[in-house]
Design a protein around this ligand. Structure first.
Ligand code: FDA
Length: 305
């Protein structure tokens, strides 16, 4: 895909007017195919289906860049309700959160307080919470809060993005915490000052990070739809004798569904990232930026009952 259309969709992903219209009129485009549903309850049947096939899930209540304290607190409570429902229904599901939806852009103390509330409940139910990584300008604060929370709670992980130059050093710094890390390429528009912009450079760095994290003995999620990264991981673990319970493959809900099942059948742990909620527009646009043909997944939703 050319850089121009990637930039175009990433530009659209931040348009507040379109986001507002999408929330009101576009639900059927996304629901059931690229997101679990417009609320957690309507996602449960999709989670149960995946669980039945031996595939685990991580759910994310869609929403980001919240600037209102009340909304950040409501999102915290929504996350807690979700954790309690996961526990009550015994779903094979973890939770992912975006710090900007919990108040990162408002006040560090607010997001810290909200994360402690979430982590107390998640720890009580032994459910892992992964802090998603957003744009580079939020990376330092995200890692700082992750480090702090990790001292207190075992059940927490975060994400490292292969496109950032800083990521190898970040992984090295975090190593002493023996962290759960999800490795991804990176989904935001970043400048060449902070990030690799060439596909092949990102792939090479991704491979370096996979090796570093796995050979460091840490539990690792390799989150990608890219066969080259999947094959690299399979080869590496075979050569190094790394056990299959030290890592998992993660993919997004609705993408490469056959590959997900093939990996599961080969004996690998597979987890699907399933977003839910009505604030799906920015997420959807980032998926289009990665691969415009992803629109076909969403359009299928229009013909579903
Ligand atoms: P990429 O899009 O680079 O595609 C590489 C190749 O894979 C393609 O050329 C094609 O061959 C194949 N392929 C890709 N998509 C396909 C499809 N739908 N069907 C068939 N073939 C396909 N980002 C971030 O910044 N912060 C985060 O916290 C997260 N979290 C996250 C969780 C999970 C579970 C996933 C899978 C991804 C993320 N991401 C993320 C997004 C991530 O950074 C990245 O933008 C996307 O995964 C796209 O990169 P890929 O490595 O998947 O392949």
């Amino acid at each position: 895909m050319d850089a121009l259309s990637r930039d175009f969709f990433l530009f659209l992903s931040k348009n507040r007017g379109l986001n507002f219209m999408a929330k009101r009129w576009g639900k059927s485009i996304a629901t059931g195919n690229i997101i679990g549903g417009i609320d957690f309850d309507s996602s449960i049947k999709h989670i149960q289906q995946l669980n039945k096939n031996g595939i685990q899930v991580t759910v994310d209540h869609l929403g980001e860049f919240v600037m209102d304290e009340q909304v950040a607190r409501e999102r915290t409570q929504e996350c807690i309700r979700t954790i309690e429902t996961i526990a009550a229904k015994n779903l094979q599901t973890q939770v992912s959160v975006k710090l900007t939806s919990l108040g990162l852009d408002i006040d560090m103390n607010l997001v810290r307080e909200n994360m402690h509330e979430i982590m107390k409940v998640a720890s009580a139910h032994n459910i892992l919470v992964t802090i998603d990584m957003e744009n580079e300008s939020r990376c330092e604060a995200t890692l700082e809060l992750f480090r702090e929370l990790k001292q207190q709670y075992e059940q927490i992980g975060t994400v490292i993005q292969a496109y950032l130059y800083r990521s190898e050093a970040d992984l090295q710094d975090l190593n002493e915490l023996q962290p759960f890390i999800r490795l991804v390429k990176g989904a935001y528009k970043e400048s060449a000052q902070v990030a690799h912009t060439e596909k092949e450079d990102i792939r090479e760095n991704f491979k370096k990070l996979i090796r570093k994290q796995l050979e460091g003995g840490n539990y690792t999620a390799i989150a990608t739809h890219d066969d080259e990264m999947v094959e690299f991981t399979k080869q590496l673990v075979k050569e190094d004798g790394i056990a299959k319970d030290q890592f998992e493959f993660q993919m997004l809900y609705g993408m490469r569904t056959k590959t997900q099942q093939v990996l599961k059948n080969e004996g690998y742990n597979v987890r699907i990232y399933m977003p839910y909620g009505d604030d799906w527009y920015g997420y959807f646009m980032r998926r289009l930026a990665e691969k415009p043909s992803n629109i076909s997944f969403a359009l299928k939703g229009l013909t579903k009952k």
